[in-house]
Design a protein around this ligand. Structure first.
Ligand SMILES: NC(=O)c1ccc[n+]([C@@H]2O[C@H](COP(=O)([O-])OP(=O)(O)OC[C@H]3O[C@@H](n4cnc5c(N)ncnc54)[C@H](OP(=O)(O)O)[C@@H]3O)[C@@H](O)[C@H]2O)c1
Length: 233
């Protein structure tokens, strides 16, 4: 695939390296322009090129956002991303190292408001870049690999991103919609920065569900019964 990358720091450069190793073509960009990325692309080899942010968007069938979340100016204009699969790896840290108050929303929902029409998938935001760099294991069965979570409302886009995650030796674990799954992937959540395999992650999440079953409010019971009915053996 052709993949555009906005942000060439710890997470952008790491993912660029993994995608190139998996056989993809990448265009990578930062705030200082292509010339500043010359050493990086030389290291990445012939499948990588340094471009402007706009060119990276035009180039990519998939575009990765890996810039500080609060830097609204780093996001390309919506027209450049309309209809494209966009991976949001960003977290809403403020300059003091805390988090912005999102008033019940998720940072990815806010990103999507800034780039309406993009097929947004929240992924890669819960994994530390050094783990990303070192923990991919293509030789392991997918369930045993390090989990990378993804959330979104576009099932097809999620499938593409899940496939990319598998190709670089990790296990995609779908957390649901951009709102609900996105909440689960926020920096203060129970799975953030955990080093679970996919099997461990699913078992951990099942356990969490188990814990709340007894205290489920009546209002949620009908919905839970619907799920139970759908999955009864
Ligand atoms: N570090 C991690 O382990 C990790 C893990 C998961 C998710 N994340 C998330 O990924 C995002 C990037 O984190 P990072 O650790 O990679 O940060 P980083 O190392 O500081 O890199 C940030 C990148 O964003 C670029 N950038 C900043 N403003 C820009 C603009 N206006 N236009 C274009 N590019 C711009 C920077 O370019 P210049 O250098 O030219 O300014 C730099 O390449 C953050 O939202 C973070 O929360 C990080």
């Amino acid at each position: 695939m052709k993949i555009g990358i906005i942000g060439a720091g710890k997470i952008g450069a790491t993912i660029a390296q993994l995608f190139v190793a998996a056989g993809h073509d990448i265009a990578i960009s930062n705030s200082r322009g292509p010339e500043s990325l010359r050493p990086l692309v030389q290291e990445l080899g012939a499948k990588a090129r340094a471009t402007s942010v706009d060119e990276a968007c035009t180039f990519g069938e998939v575009v990765l956002l890996a810039v500080p979340w609060h830097r609204e100016d780093a996001l390309p204009s919506p027209e450049r991303l309309r209809g494209k699969i966009v991976i949001d790896a960003m977290n809403p840290y403020d300059l003091a190292g805390g988090f912005f108050d999102l008033h019940g929303s998720t940072s990815s929902e806010i990103v999507l408001k800034r780039i309406p029409g993009a097929r947004l998938v929240k992924a890669f935001n819960t994994i530390y870049y050094e783990h990303l760099s070192t923990r991919g294991r293509k030789e392991l069965p997918v369930q045993e690999r390090h989990a990378i979570y993804l959330a979104g409302d576009d099932a097809q886009a999620k499938e593409v991103v899940a496939h990319l995650i598998e190709e670089i030796g990790f296990a995609p674990v779908d957390t649901g919609s951009l709102h609900e799954g996105g909440q689960l992937q926020q920096p203060d959540s129970i799975i953030y920065n955990q080093t679970f395999s996919a099997r461990e992650a699913r078992s951990f999440l099942r356990n969490q569900l188990h814990k709340i079953v007894d205290s489920l409010p009546d209002s949620a019971l009908a919905q839970a019964l619907e799920i139970l009915n759908r999955h009864k053996t």
